[in-house]
Design a protein around this ligand. Structure first.
Ligand SMILES: [Zn+2]
Ligand SMILES: [Zn+2]
Length: 324
């Protein structure tokens, strides 16, 4: 059961964030199944999977070309990744921030992106975020993805075909969502180590008020760590669609979760979840919610802020425990 949290001057306040039913105790198998098939995947997870299939069959050079690292095929992958990111982040940005399609309705923060702030490149938050996302983010994403194909193309790992192991393939589609969010918790905890935070992660946190282009607006050192998510597939054999999906989920889903709005509202009846209040609270309070609710390691390590008074008490306790 969710409870509505009282509104404040900060902006729209969504419902309390509960632990996914998969992790409920005592177990709730039906609710867990419903969450695994719908809650986790609808609609965005399904979009990433569909995009991965299209990208692998129509927008990826043949693996036989990838035995040596050549700039021509790597650039094709860079262009594909940049285009898909622009489609999603640019589309959401257009609707929410240019057309202002739903004004401030379900926006977490009442302010619009900064246009005269020295902490951003060209004093403009959106331009700054686009620069770091495309120039550095897409490049690191493409480099890791390309090296993974190169590793497979040279026979270091033999990829299992879908027809030979269909169940394994389907299981690995799900595994991407759990592996990426598990990896995110770990790398994000490391990035909050003070020297690394000051050197790199602080750039992402300049965006207390996030937008779609904030998603992978990060320092290159953070990109180096963040996109290392691909390295698991250097030892665990997967179909290349899983490799594409790993990149799309890591590279594009943050555009949705950082969109700044809890719901995309189209007309009177269409309401699609976009923002991730769990991560939104991290941008607001720093010392809680290092991971995602999908892989609730914050619950285990007592840094889970659910948006309610209980979450505020956890934050206070954590702040008291800090020396710096
Ligand atoms: Zn963020
Ligand atoms: Zn952080």
């Amino acid at each position: 059961m969710s409870e509505t949290v009282s509104s404040s001057a900060h902006g729209y306040q969504p419902e309390r964030i509960d632990l996914p039913p998969l992790f409920a105790w005592p177990p709730r198998p039906l609710a867990a199944f419903k969450w695994l098939t719908m809650g986790l995947l609808f609609p965005w997870g399904m979009l990433w999977i569909a995009m991965a299939i299209v990208a692998w069959y129509f927008l990826t050079p043949d693996l036989s070309r990838m035995q040596s690292l050549e700039l021509d095929w790597i650039m094709l992958i860079w262009c594909r990744n940049a285009a898909l990111l622009t489609l999603v982040a640019g589309g959401l940005h257009w609707w929410y921030y240019i057309r202002k399609g739903q004004k401030l309705d379900t926006k977490f923060n009442n302010r619009w992106p900064a246009t005269d702030d020295d902490k951003f490149l060209w004093k403009d938050q959106v331009k700054d975020n686009m620069f770091w996302s495309i120039v550095s983010g897409v490049s690191f994403w493409t480099a890791y993805e390309s090296m993974t194909y190169w590793w497979y193309a040279n026979g270091h790992v033999v990829w299992p075909t879908i027809s030979d192991s269909p169940v394994y393939f389907i299981a690995m589609l799900w595994a991407v969502f759990f592996w990426n969010t598990f990896h995110f918790y770990l790398n994000h905890r490391v990035l909050h180590w003070k020297p690394l935070y000051n050197f790199a992660h602080e750039l992402h946190h300049r965006n207390a008020n996030t937008g779609p282009w904030t998603g992978i607006s990060m320092h290159p050192v953070e990109h180096l760590i963040y996109f290392s998510v691909f390295l698991l597939w250097w030892i665990v054999p997967v179909h290349p669609i899983i490799i594409v999906l790993t990149g799309l989920f890591q590279g594009i889903s943050p555009a949705v979760s950082h969109s700044g709005f809890d719901y995309l509202k189209l007309g009177r009846s269409i309401r699609i979840t976009t923002g991730d209040n769990f991560h939104n609270l991290h941008h607001r309070f720093f010392h809680i919610n290092y991971g995602n609710s999908i892989t609730p390691l914050d619950w285990v390590f007592d840094s889970w802020h659910d948006g309610s008074e209980k979450g505020k008490a956890i934050l206070k306790r954590r702040l008291r425990g800090r020396t710096a």
